[in-house]
Design a protein. Structure first.
Length: 416
């Protein structure tokens, strides 16, 4: 490889990863599928929301498996396999006639495959941009979050023109083509060493910023669990919004296209939050980033309470914007926090572990956004619960402490 091609390759890597992540962001466009499928099969909101919950859950398992198997096989192979699986899942879903088939195809297969590729892209992509992890993580995740900005209106138009069945087939083919074309750029730099801190041999206690904490070591630190709690509860608020945005908009009198555009706005704000908060983490650090994320979420949920009480569409749009902005900041903060506090060497596995917050937050988000609404007939209780959660998240930020250990342990470790 020539010097010129070496210097230009990071740019190709970034562009390719951004395109790939835009397509992975399909999972956030779920709410625009709900009404056409409800009309076609008479499935209720709770049943359809469960599909999104399953998708988020298997996203976590896909991410963890990718972190494990890419130690033995190439990342691009995982991407190609995931593209094939998504194509098969959408084609099978286009012929479905039962709810369990939707859960299996979109929920299990698509969720698992997207999670696997997500881990591959973030694990390899950031390695090409040393010293700019926050910025690049934010950029990549902005594209991931903006996926439904691209797919929301497209899916709505396709559903109207071609019907839900052909829409699934078209999406499956598009995904396979994009995954096949971009997979070659999902790889680590040649000769990239693990970002280990130099460990002194005197046994002194020191802060470890870049040494590789093994998963077992990370799980032994209370700081990790407090952070996981923060990420879980605020993600639940964001996922409740993502899963119910179109439905909530419908209760305010929005038509199908207006509701779809609202979902796209949520996605755009989500994506902007990922870039903004990734950059803030680079410049201001963890504490400021987490505080502003929680603050934006608090402001948004306050507006949502006011919107539901007043019936104001303007307040509703503002609430969605601030809530999705805050939610967008959680994923780059997850990535940056794990790398910052626990190092690069075991980052793929450690990052996949923190993503398991979605197992709890997806079910909690469904309960807040869908179940409470079905029980009360109003989104006011849901909005109030979201507000309480966001306030709790703001408080957790102030009790986190960076983990420390004996320097000699940076070499030996004690993890799994």
């Amino acid at each position: 490889m020539t010097a010129k091609s070496k210097s230009s390759r990071p740019g190709f890597i970034a562009a390719s990863n951004c395109i790939l992540l835009l397509f992975l962001g399909l999972v956030y466009a779920w709410s625009v599928f709900k009404k056409p499928l409800a009309d076609a099969f008479a499935w209720n909101d709770q049943e359809l929301t469960m599909c999104f919950t399953i998708c988020m859950s298997f996203f976590c398992f896909g991410s963890l498996l990718a972190a494990k198997i890419t130690k033995k096989i190439r990342h691009r192979t995982v991407v190609l396999a995931a593209g094939t699986a998504i194509l098969a899942a959408f084609c099978f879903a286009s012929r479905m006639d039962a709810l369990w088939q939707l859960y299996l195809t979109y929920g299990v297969v698509v969720g698992f495959s997207v999670g696997a590729v997500y881990n591959c892209v973030l694990s390899t992509g950031n390695a090409w941009f040393k010293g700019k992890n926050g910025l690049m993580t934010g950029l990549f995740l902005m594209c991931f979050g903006a996926g439904s900005l691209l797919f929301g209106p497209l899916i709505t138009v396709l559903m109207d023109v071609a019907g839900w069945s052909w829409t699934f087939v078209i999406l499956g083919v598009l995904f396979f083509i994009v995954f096949a074309l971009t997979s070659v750029q999902v790889c680590m730099p040649e000769g990239d060493p693990a970002a280990m801190a130099e460990a002194s041999g005197d046994g002194a206690i020191r802060e470890i910023r870049n040494a590789g904490f093994k998963p077992g070591e990370m799980l032994s630190h209370p700081t990790f669990w407090f952070y996981l709690l923060w990420s879980t509860i605020l993600s639940a608020v964001g996922l409740a919004l993502v899963g119910q945005a179109a439905t909530i908009a419908g209760t305010f009198g929005f038509g199908s296209m207006a509701a779809s555009l609202t979902v796209s706005m949520v996605s755009a704000s989500n994506g902007i939050g990922r870039l903004v908060f990734g950059t803030i983490y680079d410049r201001k650090g963890r504490k400021t980033t987490m505080g502003v994320i929680a603050g934006s979420s608090i402001l948004g949920t306050l507006m949502l309470v006011a919107a539901v009480m007043s019936g104001s569409s303007v307040l509703l749009i503002a609430a969605f914007a601030f809530m999705s902005l805050g939610y967008g900041g959680i994923t780059p903060t997850n990535s940056n926090f794990i790398r910052d506090f626990y190092g690069q060497e075991h980052y793929p596995v450690n990052f996949s572990i923190v993503n398991f917050n979605l197992l709890v937050s997806s079910f909690l988000g469904q309960y807040i956004g869908s179940n409470l609404y079905l029980k009360t007939g109003s989104y006011l209780v849901s909005a109030a619960v979201m507000l309480i959660i966001c306030v709790a998240g703001f408080g957790i930020n102030f009790i986190l402490r960076r983990p420390v250990r004996k320097a000699a342990e940076a070499v030996a470790g004690c993890g799994i």
